[in-house]
Ligand binder design. Structure first.
Ligand code: TPP
Ligand code: MG
Length: 802
């Protein structure tokens, strides 16, 4: 049953408030944008000196395809609160427009695709101009707009929108081949469940992708997909001139011919030009009444122009369609028929994706655009109506809202260690959130949780019971009302602080990414916490990387992890995720063993999410219940938890051995230490809480020393300098051993790196740990293994007998 949103959009400014621009002026702007975007690419490839001989690239055809649509959007249809994802290969168009609007420097355009210059694909974090959504990995930027509209609803319902801002429209201008990406459909379904609104997807339907021409039937399918999930589909097929031709000689026959013309043929004729159109129409419409008059009416200039007058290149058609949709919150899909390379000699050619105009073609194009030589970068050069164009640009510039001011930091009090003599880190995580939910603190009010159908099994339900599920309208929990006993109480309503998702992990990361940017979009922070099964990070990995690349801030609790999942094993056992956690920029990975460590990490994490130089946090948690140590961590140990490691047992001066363990394998490390202690009384035990932070600290110190800061030292260097250089290190983790094996290089210790590097299977812990060589015996064995001789003649040495 569909419901009414109780939080209608604030009154927002729409094109009705500023009225239609003069069409001729808009057309002049359109041609200037086409010129600038084309020339920017040409300049980077043919004029800027090359130092490495590589082709710089840039997509002149993909860009030309959307010039009319983007002209209409930026200079008429986009309101001050609207946000847009521009398809990756139209980056030059976006930069040209920003340049005209005065928000982009010429220097940036001249350095397009060069260091510090305009990026190849729109980038929130790397571009100098304000970019709403990064794009590049096709499909993701598109779906991100859908989740942004959901977040906007959340933010609106929770009163978290900075003063003076209204609910805007989330717009995606996408390539038609982006619809091949499965994440689009996962997002559509999720959007339908959440009754998303204020969303426009404008498909640049040029019927070409990278390798070729798309299937003729795609259009019908698109209509079906979108209307199935409640979207309005608006098709912009013919432009004004073609529509008008309908009533002229052979009009119906010609439009009907275009309707039936296979995409490949239409593209080929577009590329070939006037005489090809003429010949083909004569051949295919032989005998059609009025054909001769139609062909006689058009010369070699106007015939191709009319035959390619598609909706997506006709400003009037575009403005009509966009204007008609304003005021309707229903999500809209516009199918805008376009031609890839429109207006360029590359148009329609099936291989034009990476094609570049040569200097001769460019000169001819420059002449046609009326751009005087030497005035290539001049915004108004060669225009017939420069003053009017400048006025239109000025009006669009004045409509823009200033960037969102940085919101104040939400206070984070130290999180107490959850009670319990025996706990898993997953349980501890659930308890921490449950406790946070008890009181209405600044922190607990801003936390929003989300999970792809694993809320209960990742221990989030305590939080959800207290804070409710977000939904546009209040909904009772029928099971509760019917007095059916269940620990889950799922009240739903606009004030709920948990967003429940379907299983698609891609959607989880896309949503976390947008929640994690709420402060940048609407000026108030939310602190997103997502839960997922650790192995299924891989399922949504590109979206996770995308969220980090966008600079989003979120906490990810991934649990269960590793082969420790034991009986439920096999496909559910994660092996590579520690390496993902280490390698992913913008994401700090932690794998604590105990609840006190987790409480410290989460306290730090909620601050790190908000710090200017902060980022997102990934907690790799476990379902293995461990006896909790009765202790208060010393200040240096507590600091070590955040830096990535601390000595549980500091090595003695003459120690020959230390064991470095991570996460749920703490008991194995302790048991092995117990067994080895007699022979190695000075044995050290290092608890690694974050292989990632530990490694980053090390590489940062190396970098600083290389730059001359001789005293720079990393936490891991200080820790391992306690261990005699000829001692052996044994590292152990329930994950890929490479995540810790680098420890040997820090101070030159010989290391035996234990971990999991093969698929697991269902079994109990003793069998699994034995099979993968991460049990106490394996640690003892590794500690006792002979070292490989370093130099010829050097004798292998045993540290302890097995
Ligand atoms: C996930 C992903 N896979 C592959 C690519 C490489 N790629 C870049 S553009 C493109 C085709 C895009 O076609 P379309 O979306 O129709 O855009 P057009 O160039 O026609 O405007 C491909 C396959 C990519 N950028 N992202
Ligand atoms: Mg395309």
């Amino acid at each position: 049953m569909r419901s009414e949103h109780p939080h209608p959009a604030e009154p927002r400014l729409t094109p009705r408030d500023w009225g239609r621009p003069d069409l001729e002026v808009l057309k002049a702007l359109e041609s200037k944008i086409l010129w600038l975007s084309t020339y920017m690419i040409h300049h980077a490839n043919h004029i800027r000196p090359s130092r490495d001989g590589l082709k710089v690239g840039g997509h002149q055809s993909s860009s030309a395809s959307v010039v009319s649509l983007m002209t209409a959007l930026y200079f008429h249809s986009l309101g001050p609160d609207d946000r847009i994802a521009v398809k990756p290969h139209a980056s030059p168009v976006m930069h040209a427009i920003q340049y005209l609007l005065g928000t982009q420097d010429l220097d940036q355009l001249k350095r397009f695709r060069g260091l510090g210059g305009a990026q190849s694909y729109p980038s929130r974090t790397k571009d100098a101009v304000e970019v709403d959504f990064s794009t590049g990995s096709v499909g993701l930027g598109v779906a991100a707009t859908l989740f942004a509209s959901l977040v906007q609803d959340y933010v609106g319902a929770h009163g978290l929108m900075q003063d003076g801002r209204a609910q805007g429209r989330m717009v995606s201008l996408l390539g038609d081949a982006e619809l091949d990406e499965g994440n689009i459909y996962e997002a559509l379904l999720e959007g339908w469940k959440h009754e998303i609104r204020n969303l426009w997807w404008i498909i640049d339907y040029n019927r070409q992708s990278l390798d070729g021409v798309v299937n003729d039937e795609l259009f019908h399918k698109i209509e079906g997909f979108f209307s199935n999930v409640g979207w309005k589909v608006v098709t912009l097929k013919f432009g004004r001139r073609l529509e008008a031709a309908r009533n002229g000689p052979a009009g119906e026959a010609i439009l009907d011919w275009i309707e039936r013309c296979p995409n490949q043929l239409y593209s080929a004729l577009t590329f070939k030009g006037a005489s090809a159109w003429r010949d083909r129409l004569r051949q295919d419409l032989h005998g059609a009444s009025g054909l001769k008059s139609f062909l006689d009416m058009h010369d070699d200039e106007t015939l191709p122009a009319i035959m390619t007058n598609l909706g997506g290149h006709d400003l009037e058609t575009i403005l009509d369609a966009f204007d008609a949709a304003h005021g309707d919150p229903t999500p809209h899909c516009f199918v805008a028929y376009t031609i890839k390379g429109y207006g360029l000699p590359l148009q329609g050619h099936k291989d034009n994706h990476a094609g570049l105009m040569n200097p001769t073609q460019l000169s001819e194009f420059q002449r046609r655009c009326g751009v005087p030589e030497g005035a290539e970068w001049e915004p108004l050069a060669g225009l017939k109506n420069p003053r009017a164009v400048a006025d239109l640009i000025g009006a669009a510039r004045r409509r823009r809202r200033a960037a969102v001011a940085v919101p104040p930091v939400v206070a984070v009090d130290p999180i107490p260690t959850p009670a319990g003599a025996n706990l898993s880190t997953q349980e501890a995580f659930g308890k921490i959130l449950f406790e946070l939910a008890r009181e209405r603190t600044p922190l607990s009010e801003r936390i929003v949780t989300t999970s792809p159908d694993v809320t209960v099994s990742t221990n989030l339900s305590g939080w959800v019971n207290r804070r409710g599920v977000f939904h546009s309208s209040d909904k009772a929990d029928i099971f509760q009302d019917e007095k059916i006993a269940s620990p889950q109480k799922w009240r739903m309503g606009p004030r709920g602080q948990h967003i429940e998702l379907g299983i698609a992990e891609n959607n989880l990361f896309l949503l976390l990414g947008q929640l994690g940017l709420a402060h940048a979009f609407w000026g108030e922070r939310v602190l997103p916490v997502g839960t997922v099964y650790d192995p299924f990070i891989n399922r949504g990995l590109d979206a996770l990387i995308y969220a980090c690349y966008q600079g989003a801030r979120f906490m990810l609790a991934a649990t269960p992890s590793g082969v420790t999942l034991a009986p439920e094993g096999g496909a559910h056992q994660s092996v590579n995720t520690p390496l993902i956690g280490m390698a992913q920029d913008g994401l700090s990975y932690f794998e604590p063993a105990y609840a006190d460590e987790l409480a410290l990490i989460m306290t730090w994490a909620f601050k790190h999410l908000q710090a200017e130089d902060g980022g997102s946090v990934y907690l790799r948690l476990s379902t293995r219940v461990l006896a909790q140590p009765e202790r208060t961590l010393a200040p240096d140990q507590a600091a070590g938890v955040i830096d990535g490691a601390y000595w549980v047992r500091r090595p003695g001066m003459s120690s020959a051995l230390a064991i470095a363990y991570c996460g749920a394998l703490a008991p194995e490390a302790q048991a092995a230490a117990g067994a080895l202690m007699d022979r190695n009384p000075g044995l050290g035990v290092l608890a690694v809480t974050s292989p990632d932070r530990l490694y980053r600290g090390w590489s940062e110190a190396q970098r600083r020393r290389a730059l001359g800061e001789a005293d720079a030292a990393a936490p891991v260097e200080r820790l391992l300098s306690d261990l005699p250089r000829d001692a052996t290190l044994v590292s152990v983790i329930d994950g890929h051993p490479a995540s810790l094996a680098w420890l040997g290089s820090v101070e030159g210790h010989a290391i035996q790196g234990l971990g999991v590097d093969r698929f697991g299977q269902s079994a109990d812990l003793p069998d699994l740990y034995r099979t993968h060589g991460i049990d106490a015996q394996a640690i003892v064995r590794a500690a006792s293994a002979p070292r490989r001789a370093l130099w010829r003649g050097q004798k292998p040495r045993r540290l302890a007998e097995p």
